[in-house]
Design a protein around this ligand. Sequence first.
Ligand SMILES: C[S@@+](CC[C@H](N)C(=O)[O-])C[C@H]1O[C@@H](n2cnc3c(N)ncnc32)[C@H](O)[C@@H]1O
Length: 257
Amino acid sequence: MTSLNALRRPDRYPRSAAYDPQWVVDNCMGPNPLWLLEDLGRDCVLRPGMKVLDLGCGLGMTSIFLAREYDVEVWAADLWIAPEDNRTRFRTAGVADRAHPVAADARELPFDEGKFDAIVGVGSYHYFGTDDLYIGYITKFLAPGGQLAVAVPSVRRELRDVGGIPDHLRTGIGWEVLSFHTPNWWRFHWEQTHLVEVTAARMQHEGWADWKLWCEVCAEHSSDETVRRGSVRDLRMLDADRGEHLTFALITARAPA
Ligand SMILES: C[S@@+](CC[C@H](N)C(=O)[O-])C[C@H]1O[C@@H](n2cnc3c(N)ncnc32)[C@H](O)[C@@H]1O
């Protein structure tokens, strides 16, 4: 048995520890979004009043965290989740005045160029950002000196360098695991454009262990049976992986001032 309170880890994630673990488990769409965002926040500068785009915000939990913890104004954009649903969640969380839900495809954003002081993506950027040309598109929406910060599932070595997709990743995730890349892959990809300066590109400390703990809690405590079943499947994959491949990458960069 893993208790829900195992998600409260004030030593490593003090801000996330203040959030009700049941609420966190029931509002996530991927592994440990608050831990990832809190960690990513250590590599960024987020000041009150900044305009931040939460790209692929899912059920808006990361947008709520951004609005509450950093007092920034957030545009919460997602392709699959209806903005009305996120509006209700933002009202309930008391951040409706500074979190704006938007229905948007990351490839066709309905914003003015240069609008955002920061663009943040937690567990979403790998769905579109591996397109070599996407960085040229997304950086247009950054203000001068604006920051791009993403946390994505990652591999410790590029899959082409390990000879292909290991069986347990093919079973657990499928060929889509090809969108998982190392922090250095992302660094090279962004840096070579000269459109941004990469300020950090690292693996999350104990990323695999965090992911496993998250799945153990979700497998027992999620209110959604599909999530419980998915977590059991992910646990099988993580156990087979033993931390050899799977982790998270945190990459941050800044546009020229
Ligand atoms: C794994 S979920 C993560 C959601 C949230 N950030 C979290 O951690 O709970 C990935 C999200 O990316 C969004 N997404 C995928 N492709 C997208 C696109 N082209 N444009 C906007 N959002 C996209 C999905 O709608 C989904 O909500």
